[in-house]
Design a binder for this molecule. Structure first.
Ligand SMILES: [Zn+2]
Length: 192
């Protein structure tokens, strides 16, 4: 079942978000591994439907977790996401940072940005969607809106649903650098 509840918009709002030292970012090389199929099955059950937003969350969560591990982050990882929407569930499943274990906070400020912090040594990475991924997410939403206007099972609707599923498959499996940009937030402060 395909739903289009997700609000996938380019990030323009930064108000109210603690200013992190973005100017001192150093791009990290995120391991190029898309989440495995089993994770997406788990996510569909947890989230209740398949959507671009929850897949985005899985990609952001996986890339951020791998980058923080690769950078040497120690101890428990905690997540902060800046939009209360479908990606939050993907992050919980993929990064293992859940609301229930007090490892996830959400600032609802219309920004698709994930900050993952290693509790042990306070290392942080930030993951964002690439412009390409955001555009494809918007296309998926538009196609879903068109499909909803058509009778269930009609050829045109089935065609649109196939196109949406192709987009979801690309989002699930595309190389990490095509979907997510990951940056270290505090690794080299003061050295630039
Ligand atoms: Zn959703």
């Amino acid at each position: 079942m395909i739903s289009n509840c997700c609000k996938i918009l380019p990030c323009v709002a930064f108000a109210g978000v603690m200013a992190l030292a973005v100017s001192s970012n150093c791009a990290t090389t995120a391991p190029n591994s898309a989440p495995v199929a089993a994770l997406y099955s788990q996510l569909e059950v947890f989230h209740g439907h398949v959507c671009a937003g929850s897949i985005f969350g899985a990609r952001l969560g996986t890339a951020a977790r791998e980058a923080l591990k690769a950078a040497g982050g120690t101890g428990k990882f905690t997540a902060r996401y800046y939009d209360l929407s479908c990606p939050v569930d993907g992050i919980q499943v993929a990064a293992g940072t859940t609301y229930g274990n007090a490892a996830l906070a959400v600032d609802d400020s219309d920004e698709h940005r994930l900050v993952l912090t290693a509790y042990g040594n306070k290392m942080q990475v930030e993951a964002r969607l690439t412009a390409k991924a955001e555009q494809i997410g918007l296309k998926s939403r538009d196609l879903g809106n068109q499909a909803k206007e058509l009778p269930a099972g009609s050829p045109k609707r089935q065609q649109l649903e196939r196109e949406i599923e192709e987009i979801h498959e690309w989002l699930r499996t595309a190389p990490t650098e095509d979907v997510v940009f990951v940056a270290k937030l505090n690794g080299k402060r003061g050295k630039h």
